[in-house]
Ligand binder design. Sequence first.
Ligand code: AMP
Length: 487
Amino acid sequence: MTDILYSLNEHERNCPEQIAIKHNEDTITYRQLNQYANTLAEVIKDAQSPLIVYGHMSPFMIVGMIASIKAGCGYVPIDTSIPEERIHSIIGKIQPSFILNTTEAQMEFNNCEVLDTSVFNRDSLITEFESQMKGDDIAYTIFTSGSTGEPKGVQIRYESLNEFTEWMVSLNQLGDHQQWLNQAPFSFDLSVMSIYPCLATAGTLHLVDKTMINKPKLLNQMLEEAKINVWVSTPSFMEMCLMLPNLAEASYGNLKEFFFCGEILAHRTAKMLLQRFPSAYIYNTYGPTEATVAVTSIQITEDVLAQYNPLPIGLPRPGTTLSLADKDELVIAGKCVSEGYVKDEVRSQAVFKTDKQQKHYYTGDKAVFENDQWFITGRIDFQVKLNGYRMELEEIEFQMRQVDIVKEAIVVPVYKDNKVTQLQGVVVLNNPLDIDDEQSVIHDIKQALKQVMPEYMIPRKIIFKSQFPLTANGKLDRKQIAEDVLA
Ligand code: AMP
């Protein structure tokens, strides 16, 4: 069985000077990764709550993760895109003893020590640290959107992380010492799909930051220089990159393997990619954060493209079983299933059940098993994915209703080819809107939302109604509201 910490000790012995993590000019070798992590683990070894690792794409974020696993407390990653109020809500829930701040920004919280990267500026780093992490300890907790307005902290055990890593390593056809690309911010569990399989196989992890994502020229430059072999991203990110005309086998001969997860992989995206990289291995994988990143996979070949449209999500990984509950809801069972939401009995009990000593997670995804393959066909609730980001429409609506001028709010997702392309907020105000004020009211609502939600959750367009239609039993008629907006 894979053990990430064991692998890192081996790599320190076998390839100490190999670069483990790279972001622009910042690099960390396998020796540094292990020794920095030992040094931090020694500082936090008595912590009773997870380490918060705060920052964007600093290699020290990963040092913090490994250190927290060694120390036995695990970590909670927080990206700089998370607004302050949300950070406070996460910190309030976790009550951390330590925060590793990898940015230049000042941070201060009550009852908690904020460490910065000067903790690693020592003449002598610690060379040995005996891991305190056990299989059923929580390795990480990732917060995801919650319909009541409060994010949910999904707790993943170390053995689930190891099992996931082992499966990913078995899918990887290229072997050890590859150059891996990580696109997702660390607050999203898609990043787990590149971090641990890369580190377990002594690869080099290249971190894509938000500046590169916004400037295709920088991204192109990074991709060319890094000579990436293994690509891990959302399909949306790939769609954006396919606009780079030279992203094809002729210019990127090293790029041989692609892993996608987090949202629908559109048939046309996969087809275009296979045309550009005919000899590459392309995988569509599926899974929720609550079941350790991904639980199914299928390699997309010419045959698969010819046989299926839309594409299936494939078959479950070893140790995991899938079944259907009421309304064709997909249920995942196995060691991959999370320990539950942190300090949240009510929401945990609603979706995590134990049956015959096996943990089950009720995903909210609608699915069907057909032609020997699993397919996702929709949701039984109001969760959506926009550019790979998961969000509950009800959370956005809750936050919109908190804005004092707003009486009622509904968020309508706009779809193209089965994928959400943008969100539109439909609002009834407390006082009738003076038409001259429309732009400034929209601005005020968006500003208020920015304080409490990441930018990607804020509806692009906001429109006003004088009242909402109701259904026969008196509820807001979402369907009618959406139809009116999209008409
Ligand atoms: P997250 O917890 O952010 O990873 O989001 C999990 C949700 O993303 C799943 O419950 C699905 O709704 C959706 N999802 C993830 N992967 C896929 C996929 N390959 N195809 C379709 N939907 C997916």
